[in-house]
Design a protein around this ligand. Structure first.
Ligand SMILES: Cc1cc2nc3c(=O)[nH]c(=O)nc-3n(C[C@H](O)[C@H](O)[C@H](O)COP(=O)(O)OP(=O)(O)OC[C@H]3O[C@@H](n4cnc5c(N)ncnc54)[C@H](O)[C@@H]3O)c2cc1C
Length: 262
């Protein structure tokens, strides 16, 4: 096992923000993932698993303890329209695999830059408003950490589903930029979507603090134009929060997770 120290985490996130991990292990399959978790436990280190870092704002001071970057590509076809997949597998690979085997359902999650573990933890929602948990048959955990899952899918002809995937990717890539963390805030119940409020009611479209900017094409995405820090990113979040409170009298709830000390 290659245990590294003081590894900068920014490159392991989509938004390219985040300070160092005290200890860092990059795992390439489920066995390595379990071994890395055991190492952390045996050495009394707090453990954080990172998938693609596409939903986490990591502090500029980084994360104490052990960070495991979970990478793998293990997908197995099972009987009864089921697949077993390791938690570090890229969602895009899983979608391609299942469609190649005429198993449908996951196409609405196209373009989401997630690992399977991240998709289960966040219970991601797709363009048709279904959640990932709809397809989850069982989850294999080691302590609280997700190692693999079995999904139950829908048999069918994948020709139109493949076209749908291409269309979703084409459409989303126009507005949802990858140098972000996806939607920063949950859509508030009983109100317009958060992005629309930020654009049209708070008039913050394109507003920047340092290199962190409210995406001019989608108000609920905050992008990194180069050298944004977690401090910049959080300052924009706080600004949006205080303006929403002042103008609309409520607070948005965060969709992203904050990791490390803020
Ligand atoms: C351009 C863009 C578009 C997006 N579109 C959507 C969308 O349409 N719908 C949507 O729901 N989300 C969307 N997101 C948000 C994000 O991609 C999802 O939340 C995704 O599921 C996060 O997966 P990840 O592998 O990057 O997890 P990470 O961000 O690495 O981790 C997220 C959390 O899960 C924990 N975790 C990760 N793996 C494990 C594991 N194996 N065991 C235990 N804990 C684990 C981490 O510690 C962390 O707390 C988008 C993001 C971007 C950048």
């Amino acid at each position: 096992m290659d245990i590294q120290q003081n590894v900068l985490l920014a490159p392991y996130t989509t938004v390219k923000i985040g300070g160092p991990a005290d200890f860092f292990i990059h795992t390439k399959n489920s066995e390595e993932l379990i071994a890395a978790i055991k190492y952390g436990q045996d050495n009394n280190l707090p453990i954080t698993i990172l998938g693609n870092g596409s939903n986490v704002l990591i502090s500029d001071s980084g994360i104490r303890g052990l960070v495991i970057k979970n990478d793998s590509e293990e997908i197995e076809l099972l009987p009864d329209n089921k697949v077993k997949v390791s938690s570090g597998t890229q969602l895009s690979s899983l979608i391609n695999f299942t469609l190649d085997h005429n198993l449908l359902g996951l196409e609405e999650f196209a373009y989401i830059p997630s690992t399977v573990g991240g998709a289960i933890i966040g219970d991601i929602h797709g363009v048709n408003k279904n959640h990932f948990s709809k397809f989850v048959d069982s989850v294999e955990k080691y302590n609280d950490f997700i190692i693999s899952t079995v999904l139950k899918l829908i048999p069918g002809n994948s020709t139109s589903a493949k076209a749908e995937v291409s269309e979703i990717i084409q459409k989303k890539s126009q507005v949802q930029l990858m140098n972000s963390l996806g939607s920063v805030f949950k859509n508030p119940e009983g109100h317009d979507p958060a992005g629309m409020i930020i654009d049209q009611q708070l008039n913050l479209r394109g507003y920047s603090i340092g290199d962190a900017q409210i995406n001019p094409k989608h108000g609920n995405f905050i992008i990194n134009n180069g050298h944004a820090t977690a401090k910049d990113y959080l300052a924009l979040i706080s600004l949006i929060q205080s303006k929403t409170q002042e103008i609309l009298g409520f607070q948005f709830e965060l969709e992203i997770k904050l990791l490390g000390k803020f």
